[in-house]
Design a binder for this molecule. Structure first.
Ligand code: NAD
Length: 500
């Protein structure tokens, strides 16, 4: 079992009230880590440290290259600690070993990319603003100050990197609040930051409960921006709370992504892709392909093959490299998903496979739910409209592509979508009609740190990644530099200034 303290102002400290979080392995319910739990007093301390580091510390005066080098060291250290991070992520979150391996690899890769962003000068000229020679105008991008970052439990290390990377690359200081469910790898990250020797207060990592540490961070007057990833329900509250201090906010929230198969799709590829879209990480992905739209012509054949393939998925110990489906993160999440399955049946959808906990005695202490496929789903019903965040697929038949597009867009979410077809032009035309921040053609889950990712509608506000993502962590300053030079040639000379 690991023990972690809060990381504040470059030191490992106990929480002010001595509260602890017990992080549980979702496979066998053993304790993975005991972690100090931040409350309001700890948030105050961390925010003050981040404020001081931003306003007075060496961080703000470092060159872009110096900051870039420090950020790159995080990537290097993640690679050095690769195996232990993978193991810890599996135990803390229920990620399968194969998924956790990819997560740690991608965390290091993304941080390396963010270190390159840190070296960029984002200053841009504004052309054509005045008569030539009157002035030079530039847009300067400056860090916002202190960023409060709040992250969920589904990709614990990756989410921490996705917040820390661009926030630091833009020159901010950070208070990161990991999820109370999965704090372990973020706390390993605090050790990495400490070993590298970041100036104290630049990064503070304080796990705690949302209703206490999360809310205190959002309301804190010394915090300039909140970068939140989590559910739409909490995202709304974040926005409301942040309005009191008029904090900048980016919200990466939930999804109910539409996966549209056209009748000319490569069927085997679309079958595998659709399974990957929904069952990857037990469906606990914001961009999971949770609604599968099938044309009537091929629906029955597709569904039959999908069920056969789903039967072959290996449910088991997430640490076992052969396992495809691990446990859900918690008992609460397991109950939530089983509740939605019950609701789907009540609403008239038909379970084709799954629908319960596995019968296997060896899996009884884990928070498992079998991969579940519902057919005969009406797009208006609860299981097609609400985010289940589990291995539950709703299959919906469509008449023609207009019908498919209309139903795909009939959702409060708009995070991602996909279209499968051999005719890429046709697929692209459909993709352009879908109201979602990312649309894959013959692909799924490929999120790159180089391309913007985020939601339309209630899936969020703002974008992560790429230059768009970096800019979300900056304030925009218009700098107007006079070039007239002579007093009486000023444009305003005749307007208000007395002559003589
Ligand atoms: P959640 O909204 O319950 O919690 C997310 C974070 O917010 C946690 O750190 C939690 O402690 C904190 N929180 C909870 N209540 C709070 C409050 N009142 N004030 C401040 N902070 C509070 O979400 P979750 O269950 O941890 O994660 C699953 C959700 O995250 C899903 O909806 C999923 O779609 C979403 N998600 C979105 C993305 C994306 O990029 N769009 C990525 C991953 C997960």
């Amino acid at each position: 079992m690991q023990e972690y303290q809060l990381y504040i102002d470059g030191a490992f400290v106990s929480s002010a009230e001595g509260k602890k979080i017990q992080s549980v392995n979702p496979f066998d319910q053993s304790t993975v880590a005991r972690v100090d739990c931040a409350t309001t007093a700890d948030v105050d301390k961390a925010a003050a440290a981040a404020r001081k580091a931003f306003d007075e510390g060496p961080w703000a005066h470092m060159s872009r290259d110096e900051r870039s080098a420090l950020i790159k060291s995080i990537s290097d250290k993640i690679n050095e600690k690769f195996k232990e991070l993978v193991k810890l992520e599996v135990m803390d979150s229920g990620s399968t070993y194969r998924k956790a391996k990819e997560d740690v690899y991608l965390s290091a890769r993304s941080m390396h990319y963010f270190s390159k962003l840190a070296a960029l000068d984002l200053t841009e000229p504004v052309e054509g603003l005045n008569k030539p020679g009157f002035s030079r105008n530039i847009i300067v991008r400056e860090p916002m100050g202190v960023v409060g970052a709040i992250i969920p439990w589904n990709f614990p290390l990756k989410m921490a990197i996705w917040k820390l990377g661009p926030a630091l690359a833009a020159g901010n200081t950070v208070v990161l609040k990991p999820s109370e469910e999965t704090p372990a790898t973020a706390m390993e990250l605090s050790k990495i930051i400490d070993e590298i020797g970041f100036p104290p207060g630049v990064v503070n990592i304080i796990p705690g409960y949302g209703t206490e540490a999360g809310e205190a961070l959002i309301k804190h007057p010394g915090v300039d921006k909140i970068a939140f990833t989590g559910s739409t329900a909490i995202g709304r509250k974040v926005m409301a709370m942040a309005s009191e201090t008029m904090k900048r906010c980016t919200l990466e929230c939930g999804g109910k992504s539409a996966n549209i198969i056209l009748d000319d799709a490569d069927m085997e590829m679309a079958l595998d892709g659709s399974m990957y879209a929904i069952f990857y990480h037990q469906g606990q992905c914001c961009e999971a392909g949770a609604r599968l739209f099938l044309p009537e012509k091929i629906a029955d054949e597709f569904i039959g093959k999908l069920v056969d393939k789903t039967k072959k998925l290996v449910i088991g110990d997430p640490m076992d490299k052969a396992t495809d489906i691990g446990p859900l993160v918690s008992k609460k999440q397991q109950d939530r998903v089983l509740g939605y399955i019950q609701k789907g049946t009540e609403e008239g959808a038909k379970i084709l496979i799954g629908g319960k906990q596995p019968d296997d005695e060896a899996l009884k202490s884990g928070f498992f739910v079998e991969p579940t496929i519902f057919s005969d789903v009406d797009n208006k019903t609860t299981i097609a409209q609400e985010e289940i965040f589990g291995p539950v697929l709703s299959v919906i038949k469509y008449r023609d592509t207009d019908d498919a597009v209309a139903m795909a867009n009939d959702s409060m979410y708009g995070l991602a979508a996909g279209v499968w077809s051999k005719d890429k032009e046709k697929a692209e035309a459909i993709a352009r009609r879908l109201r979602a921040g990312t649309v894959w053609i013959n692909e799924w889950h490929l999120i790159s740190e180089k391309a913007p990712f985020g939601g339309y509608k209630k899936s969020g506000i703002g974008r992560e990644f790429g230059i768009e993502g970096l800019k979300e962590y900056t304030e925009v300053k218009h700098l107007h530099i006079d070039e007239v030079g002579e007093r009486d040639k000023k444009q305003w000379y005749d307007v208000v200034v007395p002559k003589g």
